[in-house]
Design a binder for this molecule. Structure first.
Ligand code: HEM
Length: 459
């Protein structure tokens, strides 16, 4: 087997047979396998996903910047990302080309800083609703409660995004059903993409049909709220209102009902698991790092005293932001993304032929020993402003980059900072003796099994 691909000059190759042999292990847990390929062969290489699909895997920040930003026109999303539209429709995350651009321009103002600021009261009230029962439970149990963190953060962030989109209080049963449907559809989609050889079996056993039905059910649930809003004629300060009120610049027309539904569905999907996972990892890390919690408390005492944070306080709570940023370096919720080249291209002497599928391995960049000193160590100070200036471009990209940078990044950072601060205002966090927490990289990077942290009431 030659050391380089016959098509992509100079890049090392994981031969097809080796890729195939490892495909089950890769499907079960891709991170160790991808890391070992890159450690052995270099920061970019060619491999065969599932032993079948040829792909360029990279943790080279220069190449990532080239693809996402500098020459982004040549690198649209591939069928791997866009295929999710089968279930979720053509929202921002799952559309391409002129249609995507038109939608992005339309929706971008809805995520402006001031719009996010307007949502903070709503975020704080959802946080209260989630933390008050925990406080009660802790009080009943002698002052502390061991809580399943991922379940708690998933419920919390889903309520935040659902209420930010629909503002009205959705019934608990419907909220839970929506969250369940989204999780089931995402898990199935990852499986079908990562193990393409399962296609006949998944078809014969009716699993594609079942997940199409789940998607239809989710859309029906959401449509009910959209129609109710339109019928009532009421206006609300939420993301649905923003979608309904947006007008195309050229025609002055609003979106159709299907477009509103597609975009709302994508906001629910994109805005929920990502933040839930990042926050779960925050608690995982803080339970083990009391010195970081102590530093956070000093900052909170200085800026807030005893009161709750407001949006205007957040810029002065820089260490809380650094904790969130460092958590997403170690555990980037969007751990991988993909693009495909439209035309032949070249980066740093490497020929990238038309049709090259590129797997942008954000987890790999965030853990690269070439880019980070002691990459496995949790050290929020890496994100102090004077340190950030020294980071290589695209060495840190939890929200992606270029024109398709996450539209919800300000929303997410605000939400995460508020959850962190509001929880610490009420509780101390302590580790619980339990099996080691393992990673599960599906569409997002989540813990394989839920884990517990002890939340002790502060006196
Ligand atoms: C910690 C939280 C989050 C992380 C780590 C994250 C990460 C990302 C990344 C990496 C992308 C780009 C994907 C690519 O280029 O292939 C993206 C896109 C997107 N995100 Fe987020 N996201 C988060 C939270 C949110 C929230 C809260 C919302 C909505 C309220 C949101 C909505 C979107 C949308 C709509 C896109 C597609 C944008 C476009 O293509 O124009 N995200 N996100």
């Amino acid at each position: 087997m030659p050391a380089t691909s016959p098509v992509v000059g100079r890049l090392p190759v994981v031969p097809r047979l080796r890729s195939l042999r490892n495909s089950m292990a890769l499907a079960a847990n891709p991170l160790p396998m991808l890391d070992s390929y890159l450690n052995e062969l270099g920061d970019s290489l060619i491999m065969y996903l599932g032993g079948v699909q040829k792909s360029l895997l990279t943790r080279d920040p220069g190449l990532i910047q080239h693809v996402l930003q500098k020459n982004h026109r040549n690198f649209p999303k591939s069928w791997m990302s866009l295929g999710f539209a089968r279930y979720m429709g053509h929202g921002l995350l799952t559309s391409e080309g002129n249609y995507w651009l038109q939608q992005r321009r339309l929706i971008q103002p809805g995520f402006h800083r001031q719009r996010v600021a307007a949502l903070t009261d709503l975020m704080l009230s959802v946080i209260d609703d989630c933390l008050d029962p925990l406080k009660k439970q802790a009080a009943q149990q002698g002052g502390a409660v061991e809580a399943p963190v991922h379940e708690m953060m998933t419920t919390l962030t889903f309520r935040i995004i659902a209420r930010s989109v629909f503002s009205s209080n959705l019934p608990e049963a419907e909220l839970q059903r929506m969250a369940w449907l989204i999780t089931a559809i995402q898990a199935f989609y990852v499986r079908s993409v990562r193990q393409p050889y399962l296609f006949p079996w998944l078809t014969v056993t009716g699993q594609y049909r079942r997940h199409d039905q789940y998607a239809a059910e989710l859309r029906r649930l959401m449509l009910k709220y959209i129609r109710e809003r339109q019928r009532s004629g009421e206006t609300h300060d939420d993301l649905l209102q923003m979608l309904l009120d947006a007008r195309y610049e050229d025609s002055g027309q609003p979106m159709t009902e299907t477009q509103v539904l597609d975009e709302a569905a994508i906001l629910l999907v994109a805005g929920h698991e990502t933040s839930a996972n990042a926050l779960s990892w925050v608690w995982h890390l803080l339970a083990q790092h009391p010195e970081v919690v102590a530093k956070l408390r000093r900052e909170m005492a200085e800026v807030l005293g005893d009161r709750r944070p407001a949006f205007a306080d957040l810029p002065r709570l820089g260490y809380a932001l650094q904790v969130v940023q460092e958590t997403m370096r170690l555990y980037p919720p969007a751990w991988i993304t993909d693009r495909i080249s439209l035309e032949d291209d070249e980066y740093n002497g490497v020929f990238l032929p038309k049709g090259t599928l590129i797997s942008i391995y954000l987890y790999g960049v965030h853990h690269s020993p070439k880019l980070w000193d002691e990459p496995e160590v949790f050290r929020p100070e890496r994100f102090a402003p004077e340190q950030v200036r020294q980071h290589a471009p695209y060495a840190y990209a939890p929200f992606g980059g270029g024109p398709r940078l996450c539209i919800g990044n300000q929303f997410a950072l605000t939400e995460m900072q508020l959850v962190l601060l509001e929880t610490l205002r009420r509780f101390d966090v302590e580790p619980v003796v339990q099996p080691p927490v393992q990673l599960e990289p599906l569409i997002t990077l989540r813990p394989r099994h839920d884990f517990r942290v002890r939340f002790r009431l502060r006196t």
